[in-house]
Design a protein around this ligand. Sequence first.
Ligand code: PLP
Length: 309
Amino acid sequence: MSTQLPAHDSIVFFNGSLMPEKDVGIPIRDRGFIYGDAVFDATRTFGGRTFRLKEHIQRLYNSLRYLRIDPGLDPAEMERWSLEVVNHNHPLLPPGQDMWVMQRISRGVESSEPGAAEQPTVLIESHAIPFARRATLYRDGISVVTPSVPRIPPRFLSPRAKTHNYLNLIMGDLEVRDTDPNAWSVLLDEAGNLTEGRGSNIFLVKDGTVTTPRGQFVLEGITRGVVLDLAAGLGLPVAETDLDLYDAYTADEAFLTSTSLCVCPIGKVNGAAIGQGTVPGPVTQQLMTAFSDLAGMDYVEQYLAHLPS
Ligand code: PLP
């Protein structure tokens, strides 16, 4: 790593080199800023070690191909620079903290010259996961609310690509948070099936079977994939299938998955308590334990350690 890098400040990778985070300026005509014409991905660390970085980078490159953006770096280079950013920035966090490392690539600056080649903007940055803000979710369960805003259908814009265009999910979130500032939104599709939240996939458990909406209609979360594998490994039947509010209200258990949440129990959907009201339910607990084992640390304890005393 270059010797000019600040020992006590966060760094980023920006358009070809590592530099202090505070020195980055994104041009005002960058298409990511103007149009949301960009993709990103986010990996988390556990005790400073990245988890499933290769899978996240593979998904990033699929998102890039979907948007026809060439980042000018291959996946191995993207991985190597991501690790450089983590290795510099993680030791700057307070003890016991972890972070996301995010790759963000836009189509670059809009050019007025006809036929001018686009130069993508490539940024790799990291920031701390808000453990304290989320700690109570693991004690009480998440309150999920389904807003009236439907998830955009895949033939309009595929949810399988992780792009900077989150307005549909944000509109859902705004509606939900106006009603209950602590609730998390999960959008329904036009047919009334559950899809996903602004940064999470949903699972239901009924009679021991672990179910989640089909991959075509959601971002296929890396955590979603890990949980499907863990459930199968535990001998639990799994199904990717259409699920609606009837399935949610009559489920025995429910949980959200995401890179930072890992597996987090849902307590209520639209105010209705899930199952017997025990959070987490037994299958969810099994999956949370299996996830911690795989990640090499008790991520639930890491969250609960931040509960207000
Ligand atoms: N769905 C959406 C829309 C997301 O933004 C995310 C977060 O990345 C997820 C689902 C969960 O995916 P992952 O488990 O890869 O974080």
